[in-house]
Design a protein around this ligand. Structure first.
Ligand code: 6PG
Length: 237
């Protein structure tokens, strides 16, 4: 992530919609399908709700993946899958067998879920799995997906990684930085003053990716950061 990747806009979620549509239509036209990695959290929710109002988009040719998940039951309100289904997937005709949710079963471990999801992605999307667009957020602590600082998760090899529960969060599962970087395009949505230090730290470019995990994410074609934060000398749209 470089300063040149940043676009300061009044409403990152709204600005993301035309980019989402453009990559989606190009992927379907060029390859017959669009594989999108959805992010959890609150920032992308307005984008999901706006997309739900677009039945004209090629949803039947869309495959949905999640960049990370809380290792909790599908009906748990903490689940990223549940939020995206309510805001978007219940309103557009993505075939259910093209919605690739992280696995869950009572008593299972996050490691079991991570291994199962990697196998499912390889089966459905190829080995290694590739994505047309990955949506990502940035936590106040500079985590992205569930690659949390200080956990070493950013250095995980392969496609998925499991993180054990801590005092303040449930067990998590995440695509690795390497898997996310196999995306053709990556689009970060970063909104709110609380994200300034995390964004500035990520841009500062210290080699320590474990402190700023988003620095380990790149893209095969375009990485963009849409933010409402005015930073020094970054491009404004
Ligand atoms: C999650 C997300 C996480 C999110 C950031 C930012 O599971 O919560 O995947 O990585 O993108 O925490 O969240 P907000 O958009 O709510 O600030």
């Amino acid at each position: 992530m470089e300063r040149s990747d940043i676009r300061t806009v009044p409403d990152p979620a709204a600005a993301a919609l035309p980019r989402f549509e453009s990559v989606m239509r190009e992927a379907v036209a060029a390859r017959g399908r669009f594989v999108v990695v959805l992010a959890g959290g609150s920032t992308p929710q307005p984008l999901y709700r706006a997309l739900a109002e677009r039945p004209d988009l090629p949803w039947r040719e869309t495959w949905v993946v999640w960049g990370d998940e809380r290792h909790v039951a599908p009906d748990d309100e903490r689940r990223n899958e549940r939020a995206a289904r309510e805001a978007l997937l219940e309103h557009v005709p993505v075939p259910e067998d093209q919605i690739l949710a992280w696995p869950w079963r009572e008593g299972s471990s996050a490691t079991w879920a991570a291994e199962g999801y990697a196998a499912a992605l390889r089966r459905e999307l190829g080995d290694p799995p590739r994505f047309d667009l990955s949506l990502l957020g940035l936590g106040d602590d500079a985590h992205t997906a569930s690659l949390f600082p200080g956990t070493g998760a950013v250095g995980a090899a392969g496609t998925t990684v499991a993180l054990p529960p801590t005092d303040d969060r449930e067990a998590r599962v995440s695509l690795t930085a390497g898997a996310l970087s196999r995306s053709l395009d990556v689009l970060f949505l970063v909104a709110g003053e609380a994200k300034r230090d995390a964004l500035e730290g990520t841009l500062a470019g210290t080699g320590d990716h474990d402190r700023f995990p988003a620095r380990a994410v790149s893209a095969q074609r375009t990485l963009r950061v849409l933010t409402d934060l005015a930073l020094d000398d970054n491009g404004a749209e």
